[in-house]
Design a protein around this ligand. Structure first.
Ligand SMILES: Nc1ccn([C@@H]2O[C@H](COP(=O)(O)OP(=O)(O)OP(=O)(O)O)[C@@H](O)[C@H]2O)c(=O)n1
Ligand SMILES: O=P(O)(O)OC[C@@H](O)[C@@H](O)[C@@H](O)CO
Length: 443
């Protein structure tokens, strides 16, 4: 794990390298496999994402919200998780003054919508309050009784629409709502000498997580009335609205994915989840040829055993065009053809769909050549041609790999080849190794 961290730290959180976003891809962290039913919310919902901290507990120079995962800052995943929710109108991201330019660049580079960037404060409560005030400046009356404000730590990227909806609806009903999770460790009180004073009955307590939701007037009034000590030392918005507005928050148990990136180990956990989200499914394009369909069917079964879903389609026309907007990994199955025109057409489609702007796409050309012949259709497959195409694709954030296998009448040999193609495909999609881009691997 440590090595991984060192690598990630040098790659993504290098203390000496500002994390100004380059032409990095993005992806929807916490993207759920199932698409929740479209929800209708008949009141305005806005979001405040406090991101003004320094992330000291990670031990890194770069604040954790700006650490890169698959080429994209953590905060961009969180923003994406909110902006894809249709009933959320606006998102205020609160960052330290010195990070305002960086944050603005991130919003532009990753084409975020609904987002406004405002300066934070010296503590989390001061940052959140700045965000709440910014919402009040959105041309609506400052105390907008109908508006619900969701407050969510920017370093909790894995939040799903279903749960946001529950919190928003409860906040509208009760004035305040918050996410809770069971405690993992027992809470104890210590004496001033560092000994056990007493322990709390764990079953009676819960961990307060995010998101939290409030009607605008409740959270606004609570911050208007709270003390300097609250601003300086407080960590709980639910406490403020109870103490200063008499509003008792509705508590809703959330999924385990609500955890907050706090320590260095959390960065590795977040990266692993993001990589897993990107690698769960692929789409095999057969061109309709019987041999390609047979191979794709065998591949579908083999990768299924490796926990990957494989859709098999003849092409990307008509209804199948939706795969261009839904998937991140593509397998082009070509039979006995050395030309790369099918791959070039796929790359053009992917570029037009602009998916590669959002995150790195993987395209694997699976070349099925005739039995026992080294070349296809009389000509050797030119590895250089694949490498050239892959170099051009890389500039568009598409990672192109090649796998060649030979038709065999020997069933066992054929099954071994298909199994190897499945393993190589799964590894290429999971690892996205830059070193193998453009290579024609033999299965
Ligand atoms: N002055 C601050 C401090 C924290 N936060 C934000 O509040 C969230 C939760 O806080 P925490 O996990 O404590 O972040 P840091 O304060 O950055 O972490 P540390 O305490 O390790 O420095 C984070 O998104 C953080 O950026 C903020 O907006 N303004
Ligand atoms: O205390 P930290 O600044 O690390 O994190 C903030 C958390 O306290 C907060 O997100 C939840 O407990 C809900 O209030």
């Amino acid at each position: 794990m440590e090595d991984h961290h060192k690598k990630m730290q040098s790659d993504s959180c290098d203390p000496d390298r500002p994390t100004h976003p380059g032409t990095f891809p993005t992806c929807e962290a916490g993207k759920s496999d199932h698409q929740p039913a479209e929800r209708s919310v008949d009141f305005p919902v806005s979001v405040v994402l406090p991101a003004g901290g320094t992330g000291e507990r990670t031990g890194l120079q770069t604040p954790k919200q700006f650490c890169l995962f698959m080429g994209r800052p953590l905060i961009s995943y969180t923003i994406q998780a909110f902006e894809r929710v249709s009933w959320i109108q606006s998102i205020v991201v609160v960052v330290a003054r010195e990070h305002m330019d960086l944050m603005t660049d991130i919003v532009q580079q990753f084409q975020h919508t609904k987002v406004r960037v405002v300066p934070g404060g010296s503590t989390r409560h001061r940052s959140i309050y700045n965000g709440v005030l910014a919402l009040g400046e959105e041309g609506r009356p400052v105390v907008d009784k109908l508006k619900v404000v969701l407050i969510h730590d920017a370093v909790r990227p894995f939040v799903e629409e279903d749960f946001l909806y529950k919190i928003a609806m409860a906040a509208k009903e009760q004035g305040a709502a918050g996410a809770i999770r069971p405690l993992v460790s027992t809470v104890i009180a210590t004496t001033s000498e560092g000994y056990l004073d007493h322990s709390l009955e764990r079953a009676k307590y819960r961990a307060s997580e995010m998101p939290q939701g409030f009607t605008y007037d409740v959270i606004y009034q609570a911050y208007q009335k709270c003390s300097e000590s609250d601003f300086e030392f407080g960590t709980e918005c639910l406490h403020l609205v109870l103490q200063y507005c008499g509003t008792n928050a509705k508590l809703i148990q959330g999924p385990p994915t609500l955890w907050k990136v706090t320590y260095k180990r959390d960065l590795a956990a977040a990266e692993s989840i993001i990589k897993d989200t990107l690698s769960r499914s692929a789409c095999a394009i057969t061109g309709g040829s019987a041999q390609a369909v047979t191979l794709a069917g065998a591949l579908q079964k083999a990768v299924g055993a490796l926990n990957m879903e494989l859709a098999v389609i003849p092409d990307l026309t008509g209804e199948n065009g939706r795969y261009l907007l839904k998937d991140w990994n593509f397998i082009q199955v070509s039979v006995n053809r050395s030309c790369l025109s099918e791959v070039e057409a796929l790359l053009t489609d992917l570029e037009a769909a602009k998916q590669a702007l959002l995150h790195p796409l993987v395209v694997i050309l699976v070349l099925l050549s005739g039995s026992d012949e080294l070349s296809v259709s009389g000509r050797a497959v030119e590895p250089e041609a694949i490498m050239d195409l892959a170099s051009a694709a890389k500039l568009r954030n598409i990672l192109l790999y090649g796998i060649q296998l030979h038709q065999s009448k020997d069933t066992q040999r054929w099954e071994r080849s298909v199994s190897r193609v499945a393993e190589i495909t799964s590894a290429l999609i999971r690892d996205r190794s830059p070193a193998l881009v453009g290579q024609l691997l033999q299965a």
